[in-house]
Design a protein around this ligand. Sequence first.
Ligand SMILES: Cc1ncc(COP(=O)(O)O)c(C=O)c1O
Length: 393
Amino acid sequence: MKYNFDEHIERKGTQCSKWDNVGARTGNADALPVWVADTDFSCPRPILDAVRKRAEHPIFGYPIVTQDFRDATIHWVGKRHGWKLESDWIVYASGIVPVLNTLVQQYTEPGDEVIIQRPVYHPFGYAVDDNNRVISDNRLLYRDGRYTIDFDDLERRASSPRAGIMLFCSPHNPGGRVWTEEELRKVAEICLRNNVVLVSDEIHSDLVLFGHRHIPAASLDERYAMNTVTCFAPSKTFNIAGLRASGIVVPNPEIRAALELQFKRNRTVAQNSFSIPAYVAAYEECEDYLTQLLPYLEGNMRFLDEFLKANMPKIKLVPPESTFLAWLDCRETGLTGESLNDFFIHECKVGVSRGNSFGSAGSDFARVNVGCPRATLEKAMNMILEQYRKRGM
Ligand SMILES: Cc1ncc(COP(=O)(O)O)c(C=O)c1O
């Protein structure tokens, strides 16, 4: 089936975080929202059909996780990422953020250190702070418009007796990197050597652009697999974050038992009646949607890059390797932190994600979600351009 990503679909009034909550989240209710990481595209037809079919049954009592959930995960991860999973390894979770929090609780004590790499998706930091653990920031290096890992610093942090776990974003949000095999091996080795459990958040792994290739770190070596929790989900790929379904791959039975025990203690990680039908349809029937989505996203990234180069050279697109999240380097504008946020959100009235919400390493940046019709992106860019010119930047 042919999908039309240019179609504008009105989302206001659908309890939609991006459009209905833009005021509360960005500070300007009139801003054009390009913040939260879902797309403005319809999800694929087979998912709509699966949800409708389930909705036709009139009872929405307690659901269970069925084998087809595991089979669909095996199918998708094998086909897209070349990693052959075993059924027992796969655990259902309602989302990846709950898994990050749960593993922090299970593998560290209050006061212990959790390694993250800022600038990074802000709930990584919340998972540490909210559980009274300490952030050990293996800050990414930013050189020539590209993020890389400071491995010496990572080794030092991992060797701390108080470091129990590393939350790793692969591919990386917001920096857009798709980590290479060499980088992944180094991260996995350092964690293994230092007895640090590696939690690899691979929620963006399907959205890999411009010829890059995603590799699940755990797939590289059985030893890594035994020390890694890999988090997959169809939520970003197919725009079904609201249906709450993710597949957590835990080959090590001890780590799996620890995760499941903590889930049980909290009793919060259940699915709803639509989660599994949507998840199975996504991973079994929707590959053609992804095949069409990727070139559209590449087109939006290219448009953005060319627009900035032609009109606003002081704002630069960090070369995107993955995700629908564009990370804008604004260092040359002379604005930083809240003044930069104010520029975008209040002057331009474009509801970007605030760069400094990803940690102070993001203070000179803004994140723009290009998972929208090109016309919306063009509108946002023209709104920014008008103020850029007004300020004589
Ligand atoms: C890296 C990353 N992990 C997790 C999530 C959200 O996970 P979930 O909605 O499954 O809790 C996001 C959403 O933006 C993300 O970018």
